[in-house]
Design a protein around this ligand. Structure first.
Ligand SMILES: Cc1cc2nc3c(=O)[nH]c(=O)nc-3n(C[C@H](O)[C@H](O)[C@H](O)COP(=O)(O)OP(=O)(O)OC[C@H]3O[C@@H](n4cnc5c(N)ncnc54)[C@H](O)[C@@H]3O)c2cc1C
Length: 180
């Protein structure tokens, strides 16, 4: 793979916060306005965020999902230190400086039944690739692990729960009809 191929797509952008929800376990879902990032992102890529004026060093967060129709993208992050704590304080309507999308991202396999496994901060990239695969003839199966409750309501999948001991699935994946 040409590991410089993605560099032309990286931009520095001011993105407005459109939604910012807190969930159990100090987890947050942040929706940002950016038609450029929504259009350019490949699953597995991340953005570098300036979380506040007082912290110069940007924090990397993976892109969980994109909405190309509305020109937005979503991040799922957990508060672990000062940077993510300050990010959690940012309000709807505020603007964040974003560099991205960064990273090579994933290449889609031509195998029909891909297994996507992610835990903790490894969950958002799996959700991103599931979003891309739902529109192809792939039939992904997603396994997610987290030491804190998933940041979604604990509804069981309509397509049945293949793992009786796993009590949660993600409505987002359920909506896409992706087994989780
Ligand atoms: C490419 C990439 C993608 C990422 N994507 C995501 C994502 O989608 N969602 C997300 O929540 N995080 C993600 N992370 C991790 C995230 O960048 C860090 O959690 C964040 O930068 C921590 O910044 P902070 O200032 O809050 O904590 P710091 O002050 O840097 O750290 C505070 C304390 O937390 C510990 N710590 C730091 N990071 C973690 C962690 N991830 N888990 C447990 N303990 C930690 C440190 O060791 C330290 O003790 C990603 C990291 C990378 C490199």
């Amino acid at each position: 793979m040409d590991n410089k191929a993605h560099r032309g797509s990286i931009q520095v952008l001011d993105c407005q916060i459109l939604a910012h929800y807190q969930f159990e376990g100090d987890q947050y879902i942040l929706t940002l306005d950016s038609p450029e990032i929504a259009k350019a992102t490949k699953p597995g890529q991340f953005v570098h965020i300036t979380v506040s004026d007082s912290l110069a060093m940007r924090r990397p967060i993976s892109i969980m999902s994109v909405d190309t129709d509305n020109g937005t993208f979503d991040l799922l992050y957990k508060v672990v230190g000062e940077g993510t704590r300050q990010l959690a304080e940012r309000k709807i309507g505020e603007v964040l400086s974003i560099i991205g999308p960064i990273g090579n991202g994933f290449e889609l396999t031509d195998k029909k039944l891909p297994l996507l496994i992610g835990g903790g901060v490894g969950m958002p990239p799996m959700i991103a690739i599931a979003q891309q695969m739902k529109d192809t003839n792939h039939d992904p199966f997603v396994i997610l692990g987290s030491e804190v409750p998933f940041p979604f309501t604990p509804e069981l999948s309509k397509i049945g729960n293949p793992c009786p001991n796993a009590s949660h699935t993600m409505p987002l994946l359920e909506e896409w009809n992706v087994a989780c």
